[in-house]
Design a protein around this ligand. Sequence first.
Ligand SMILES: Cc1cc2nc3c(=O)[nH]c(=O)nc-3n(C[C@H](O)[C@H](O)[C@H](O)COP(=O)(O)OP(=O)(O)OC[C@H]3O[C@@H](n4cnc5c(N)ncnc54)[C@H](O)[C@@H]3O)c2cc1C
Length: 290
Amino acid sequence: MYPVKFEYVRAKSIAEAAHLLEQHGDEAVALAGGQSLIPLMKFRLSTPKYVIDISRLSELSELRYGERGLVVGALTRHVQLAESPIVAEHYPIMRDAATDIGDVQVRNLGTIGGDLAQADPAGDWGPVILALNAQINCVGTRQQRTIKAEEFFLDSYTTALEPGELIAQVIIPAAGPNSGGAYMKLGRRSGDFAVAAVALQLELAGDVVKHCGIALGGVGPTAFRALQAERMMVGQNISEGRIKEVAEVIQDAAAPISDARGSADYKRAVLKPLFRKALEIAVKRARREA
Ligand SMILES: Cc1cc2nc3c(=O)[nH]c(=O)nc-3n(C[C@H](O)[C@H](O)[C@H](O)COP(=O)(O)OP(=O)(O)OC[C@H]3O[C@@H](n4cnc5c(N)ncnc54)[C@H](O)[C@@H]3O)c2cc1C
């Protein structure tokens, strides 16, 4: 199917894009990689009158690592994160997610900002940035503000972004010296959206867990942090008993629905092995054994 007729505008600056989006309100939409928007427009599930192309705004394209962490411009494409040596070294959890998003075309064109703004409950970047305790820098016509990852997703396909507001960057805090993480996603096929997913990032002090972020995808209206599970990990040795208890709590925290990807019971059941595997890999990475 063809999209409904629309007017295309290539924005020359963030300010221009924000202004146009605000001016046209519900009738306008930003275009980044188009990997969610274009299919929606073709199915006429999205029928904007104005498509504001932000994909060439270099201000939104930086990928930089420093003392304060990783700055990921909203237009950073999945493939760049999959292939970045900095990401591989400091945030392998992000590489896990990036390498298994969609197919080659989706990874070459799709952006982290578009993925987060789309807020698909089974999207891959949501759980990862939650587990990493990231922040999202946003720009609008009147203000710039920072939204914590845990306050960003309001509902399925709904975020805290105001009309006319754009994601500018995702800020990932610096990873401590004995940190490691992993993202485990079960899809029906390679590169498919998650049936269920667990993102886990931890920092060890010896054998004790110093910090831990755990977030789930595909098992609720939004990606969300498993806060009780995180609390049960911190200050503890990782014993078989503790793993069993935390896995139980993770399963209880999930609120999946039955759909084409699987029954609610199935999605809940696969969280336990996904959590175990994510923890095993994260610990190995924190100890530099993997
Ligand atoms: C075949 C296929 C398989 C897929 N598989 C997966 C998968 O496994 N995992 C996964 O997570 N996703 C998957 N996706 C979805 C897709 O990868 C992401 O949602 C996509 O990358 C979105 O980024 P984009 O740059 O293409 O956004 P676009 O399609 O350009 O935009 C998506 C939405 O975000 C808004 N937007 C874009 N950038 C910004 C910004 N900077 N600030 C504010 N709003 C913005 C747009 O206005 C639009 O509403 C798949 C898509 C397809 C077509």
